[in-house]
Design a protein around this ligand. Structure first.
Ligand code: URA
Length: 214
């Protein structure tokens, strides 16, 4: 049996999402999702986590190797850096809802390692109904796209994080929306000085988010 996201095209003809779905119910259904091929090579679906009434929803690209194994979003190196920056900006991770645009780890083998592979339009589209259902269930005051994949999935292909980061974006998905860089981009900075500067800019963006919810 296949399980498709709510409102996916596979549901056309009987495409009403469960009325008033809970995050727990969505997570349980998404665990069986086969809407794209990624479920075949991933360990498990990594669904979003956080309180259903969270004011802030942070949205990344897809789980990485550590998240795929643990079954939780943003628990690897990028997640640890995100935690530090959220704390510095005055946002309590425990009170935010954290998720990804794509909920299975896409990877290619390199020797014994599993190397991150960017999700494509087909996977993003297949997974998007889960994200929309999460946004509907949580109804956050602000959605925050982390990195270009999330920003373009949420705000359109023309969105440029380099140009538009840290600015409020009109969106029908939440009262406020904003995009910033992905914390893994900070980890990839070529030198310490760049990393420090870019991390400070990231924290500044998160402070704008904090100002909206406090
Ligand atoms: N990168 C993401 O975009 N999401 C995670 O959960 C981990 C790393």
């Amino acid at each position: 049996m296949t399980t498709e996201p709510p409102n996916s095209r596979a549901h056309s003809g009987h495409d009403a999402p469960p009325s008033a779905p809970t995050i727990a119910g969505l997570r349980e259904a998404a665990a069986r999702c086969t809407a794209c091929a990624l479920h075949r090579d991933a360990t498990q679906t990594v669904f979003g986590e956080g309180p259903q009434g969270a004011l802030v929803m942070l949205i990344g690209e897809q789980p990485g190797d550590a998240e795929d194994l643990a079954g939780h979003p943003f628990v690897g190196p990028a997640g640890k850096l995100l935690d530090r920056c959220l704390a510095e900006a005055g946002i309590d991770r425990e009170r935010a809802y954290i998720t990804n645009v794509v909920k299975h780890f896409k990877w290619v083998p390199r020797g014994p390692r599993r190397i991150h592979s960017k999700p494509g339009a087909v996977e993003i589209e297949a997974c998007f109904p889960w994200l929309k259902a999460e946004i509907a269930a949580v109804a956050p005051r602000i959605i925050v796209a982390l990195g270009a994949t999330a920003a373009q999935a949420l705000f359109g292909r023309a969105f440029r994080v380099t140009r538009d980061r840290g600015r409020l974006v009109p969106s029908g998905l939440a009262p406020y929306a904003l995009a910033t860089v992905h914390p893994s981009a900070l980890l990839r900075a070529p030198d310490e000085q760049t990393r420090d500067r870019e991390t400070r800019r990231f924290v500044e963006d998160l402070r704008k988010v904090a100002a909206i919810v406090t």
